[in-house]
Design a binder for this molecule. Structure first.
Ligand code: SF4
Length: 364
């Protein structure tokens, strides 16, 4: 059975133009009913053993008022394996304050993810974010004062008109926050978002790759190790919860539009708030075929710097990776995309940049 739980809080104080997460504009009466339904749903999951990781994401979990935040977090704290756990919550600078930070600490939250996104006011405004970099910096300091040592912040690159110099300044600003974990994502413009409707375009691949390279090099120079395509950590601060996903392990889920993975089945709860509030949580379910399971294994594990071990592959699929993929492995190795050493198969730096090419070759 699973050791991890993802919980989704869909409310946001404002809606960002590029966002394609499951989210709704915060409304007090909805938030109160939502938290009641969420607790009902959690009770129905029958989680019968202490969990190693709990992750509260969104939306913006910190948009909940203090009393509701406390209700959700106190409930979630009862699931933790008290001697060894990671309990993460996402927060946005504009609705994080000392009272909420102390509630988080009191309920056992030991990892905080703050949405910083950019150090440039013009890009924060363009994205529709409601904070400045100075405010984000103040909240990081406040979180440290309240006892958080495990903090992660994220950065979006590949924004319209963004230059390498802009990204360089972002990197300097992010490093000045002095937190042990950093994430970075290239902006994608997805159908259904207001940016897509307005005709915004994604940065071309070569420029985006140059920006990623700059970030990678600067973060490495500053002592952060890349352990997953988009994630960098000082030793010991890798996200245990997210590693569950990348190791392709099962996990519980609860909340509007939340996705989980249990008993070989992937599922996503309804994204319709009114259905959710009526207690009709069902959404989509997908039983994975043998081919799906193998593709998911590569898709997740090859995002990791360490890749996967031959033993792990054999344990999962009952055959040898070297025999199953003999031809592909030779080509990928000679193209400098994949390496095989010490019983581990992993992407090179070039392979991580061209991950789609590696995956297409293994999916054949
Ligand atoms: S990016 Fe974050 S804050 Fe903005 S709308 Fe999406 S979930 Fe809400």
């Amino acid at each position: 059975m699973a050791d991890s739980l993802y919980v989704h809080i869909p409310f946001c104080a404002h809606i960002c133009g590029y966002c394609d997460f499951t989210k709704v504009l915060y409304q007090e009466e909805w938030a109160f009913s939502y938290v009641d339904k969420l607790i009902e749903q959690l009770d129905g999951l029958d989680i019968d053993k202490p969990l190693k990781t709990v992750y509260v994401g969104g939306g913006t979990p910190s948009s909940l008022p203090s009393d509701l935040l406390k209700k959700v977090l106190s409930k979630l704290s009862t699931y933790l394996n008290k001697s060894d756990y990671e309990f993460t919550i996402e927060a946005n600078p504009e609705n994080l304050n000392e009272e909420k930070l102390l509630i988080m600490r009191e309920c056992g939250v030991n990892r905080l993810s703050i949405g910083v996104e950019s150090s440039h006011l013009k890009f924060l405004k363009l994205m529709g974010r409601a904070h400045t970099f100075e405010e984000a910096k103040e909240k990081v300091e406040l979180a440290k004062k309240c006892g958080f040592t495990n903090i992660t912040v994220d950065l979006i690159y590949g924004l319209p008109t963004e230059t390498l110099e802009d990204v360089k300044q972002d990197v300097v600003a992010l490093l000045s926050l002095d937190v042990p974990h950093l994430s970075t994502y290239c902006l994608s413009v997805n159908p259904g978002t207001s940016w897509h409707n307005k005709g915004y375009k994604e940065m071309d691949d070569e420029d985006a790759a140059n920006q990623y390279d700059l970030i990678l090099n600067e973060f490495r120079k500053a002592g952060y190790q890349r352990y997953e395509v988009s994630n960098f950590a000082k030793p010991g601060y890798e996200s245990r919860h997210n590693l569950t996903y990348w190791h392709d392990e099962e996990y519980y889920a609860a909340g509007l539009g939340a996705s989980g993975y249990l008993n070989g089945e992937r599922f996503t709860f309804t994204k319709n708030l009114l259905s959710y509030l009526k207690g009709d949580f069902e959404g989509e379910r997908e039983v994975l075929t043998a081919k799906d399971l193998k593709e998911e294994f590569f898709l997740t594990n090859l995002r990791l710097e360490e890749g996967f071990s031959l033993e792990n592959y054999e344990k999962r699929f009952g055959s040898s990776f070297l025999e199953d993929y003999k031809e592909q492995l030779e080509t990928l190795k000679s193209d400098g995309l994949l390496v095989f050493e010490d019983n581990l198969v992993r992407c090179t730096d070039k392979g991580i940049l061209l991950l789609d090419r590696v995956l297409i070759s293994l999916f054949k």
